[in-house]
Design a protein around this ligand. Structure first.
Ligand SMILES: C[C@H](O)[C@H](O)[C@H]1CNC2=NC(N)=NC(=O)C2=N1
Length: 113
Protein backbone atom coordinates (compact mmCIF):
# COMPACT_ATOMS: atom_id res chain seq x y z
CA UNK A 1 0.00 0.00 0.00
CA UNK A 2 1.42 3.41 -0.91
CA UNK A 3 2.45 5.73 1.91
CA UNK A 4 -0.19 8.28 0.89
CA UNK A 5 -2.98 5.69 0.94
CA UNK A 6 -2.29 4.98 4.60
CA UNK A 7 -3.18 8.46 5.86
CA UNK A 8 -6.59 10.03 6.20
CA UNK A 9 -7.84 13.31 4.83
CA UNK A 10 -7.70 16.29 7.11
CA UNK A 11 -10.87 18.34 7.51
CA UNK A 12 -10.77 20.63 4.51
CA UNK A 13 -11.51 24.26 5.38
CA UNK A 14 -12.07 27.07 2.90
CA UNK A 15 -8.89 28.74 4.19
CA UNK A 16 -6.79 25.57 4.00
CA UNK A 17 -3.61 25.91 1.93
CA UNK A 18 -3.52 24.67 -1.66
CA UNK A 19 -0.50 22.53 -2.51
CA UNK A 20 2.51 24.49 -3.72
CA UNK A 21 4.24 23.68 -7.01
CA UNK A 22 6.99 21.91 -5.09
CA UNK A 23 4.53 19.89 -3.01
CA UNK A 24 2.61 18.98 -6.18
CA UNK A 25 5.79 17.68 -7.82
CA UNK A 26 6.63 15.61 -4.74
CA UNK A 27 3.11 14.23 -4.39
CA UNK A 28 2.84 13.39 -8.10
CA UNK A 29 5.86 11.13 -7.64
CA UNK A 30 3.92 9.19 -5.00
CA UNK A 31 1.03 8.25 -7.28
CA UNK A 32 1.01 6.63 -10.74
CA UNK A 33 -0.58 7.64 -14.05
CA UNK A 34 -2.50 10.61 -12.66
CA UNK A 35 -2.60 13.84 -14.65
CA UNK A 36 -3.04 17.45 -13.59
CA UNK A 37 -5.84 19.09 -15.61
CA UNK A 38 -6.97 22.71 -15.44
CA UNK A 39 -10.70 23.43 -15.90
CA UNK A 40 -12.17 26.91 -15.39
CA UNK A 41 -8.87 27.86 -13.80
CA UNK A 42 -9.13 25.04 -11.24
CA UNK A 43 -6.32 22.49 -10.97
CA UNK A 44 -7.64 18.93 -10.86
CA UNK A 45 -6.10 15.49 -10.49
CA UNK A 46 -7.44 13.00 -13.02
CA UNK A 47 -6.98 9.36 -14.02
CA UNK A 48 -8.84 7.07 -16.47
CA UNK A 49 -9.33 3.44 -15.39
CA UNK A 50 -10.31 0.83 -17.97
CA UNK A 51 -12.46 -2.28 -17.43
CA UNK A 52 -13.68 -5.20 -19.55
CA UNK A 53 -17.32 -4.14 -19.34
CA UNK A 54 -19.79 -1.71 -17.82
CA UNK A 55 -20.63 -3.84 -14.77
CA UNK A 56 -16.99 -3.85 -13.63
CA UNK A 57 -16.73 -0.11 -14.25
CA UNK A 58 -19.87 0.47 -12.17
CA UNK A 59 -18.63 -1.73 -9.32
CA UNK A 60 -15.37 0.24 -9.19
CA UNK A 61 -17.33 3.51 -9.27
CA UNK A 62 -19.40 2.46 -6.28
CA UNK A 63 -16.35 1.34 -4.32
CA UNK A 64 -14.63 4.66 -4.91
CA UNK A 65 -17.85 6.34 -3.79
CA UNK A 66 -17.79 4.40 -0.54
CA UNK A 67 -14.19 5.44 0.17
CA UNK A 68 -15.13 9.05 -0.59
CA UNK A 69 -18.08 8.91 1.77
CA UNK A 70 -15.92 7.42 4.51
CA UNK A 71 -13.38 10.25 4.12
CA UNK A 72 -15.89 13.05 3.51
CA UNK A 73 -13.99 14.05 0.38
CA UNK A 74 -15.60 13.36 -2.99
CA UNK A 75 -14.46 13.04 -6.62
CA UNK A 76 -16.17 13.62 -9.90
CA UNK A 77 -16.82 10.17 -11.38
CA UNK A 78 -17.62 9.60 -15.06
CA UNK A 79 -18.66 6.00 -15.58
CA UNK A 80 -18.82 4.69 -19.16
CA UNK A 81 -18.77 1.23 -20.73
CA UNK A 82 -15.33 -0.15 -19.84
CA UNK A 83 -14.03 3.16 -18.48
CA UNK A 84 -14.18 5.31 -15.33
CA UNK A 85 -12.68 8.81 -15.20
CA UNK A 86 -11.91 9.88 -11.63
CA UNK A 87 -11.24 13.56 -10.95
CA UNK A 88 -10.20 14.94 -7.56
CA UNK A 89 -10.01 18.54 -6.44
CA UNK A 90 -11.05 20.46 -3.34
CA UNK A 91 -14.21 22.36 -4.15
CA UNK A 92 -13.88 24.70 -1.15
CA UNK A 93 -10.37 25.72 -2.25
CA UNK A 94 -11.12 25.68 -5.98
CA UNK A 95 -7.87 23.82 -6.36
CA UNK A 96 -5.70 20.98 -5.13
CA UNK A 97 -5.11 20.12 -1.50
CA UNK A 98 -2.99 17.29 -0.06
CA UNK A 99 -6.29 15.48 0.52
CA UNK A 100 -6.74 15.11 -3.23
CA UNK A 101 -3.46 13.25 -3.55
CA UNK A 102 -4.33 11.05 -0.56
CA UNK A 103 -7.62 10.20 -2.20
CA UNK A 104 -5.92 9.51 -5.55
CA UNK A 105 -3.72 6.96 -3.76
CA UNK A 106 -6.79 5.54 -2.02
CA UNK A 107 -8.53 5.28 -5.41
CA UNK A 108 -5.66 3.18 -6.75
CA UNK A 109 -5.96 0.94 -3.68
CA UNK A 110 -9.61 0.22 -4.54
CA UNK A 111 -8.36 -1.63 -7.61
CA UNK A 112 -6.09 -3.83 -5.57
CA UNK A 113 -8.79 -5.28 -3.28
C1 LIG B 1 -20.21 19.64 3.81
C2 LIG B 1 -19.24 18.67 3.18
O1 LIG B 1 -18.49 18.00 4.15
C3 LIG B 1 -18.26 19.44 2.33
O2 LIG B 1 -18.97 20.13 1.34
C4 LIG B 1 -17.23 18.52 1.66
C5 LIG B 1 -17.87 17.36 0.93
N1 LIG B 1 -16.92 16.74 0.02
C6 LIG B 1 -15.98 17.47 -0.61
N2 LIG B 1 -15.26 16.96 -1.61
C7 LIG B 1 -14.35 17.69 -2.28
N3 LIG B 1 -13.64 17.13 -3.29
N4 LIG B 1 -14.15 18.97 -1.96
C8 LIG B 1 -14.82 19.61 -0.98
O3 LIG B 1 -14.60 20.81 -0.73
C9 LIG B 1 -15.77 18.84 -0.22
N5 LIG B 1 -16.43 19.35 0.80
Amino acid sequence: MSELAQVHCEACRADAPKVTEAEMAELMNMISDWNIETRDGILQLEKVYTFKNYRNALAFTNRVGEVAEAEGHHPALLTEWGKVTVTWWSHKLKGLHRNDFIMAARTDEVLSV
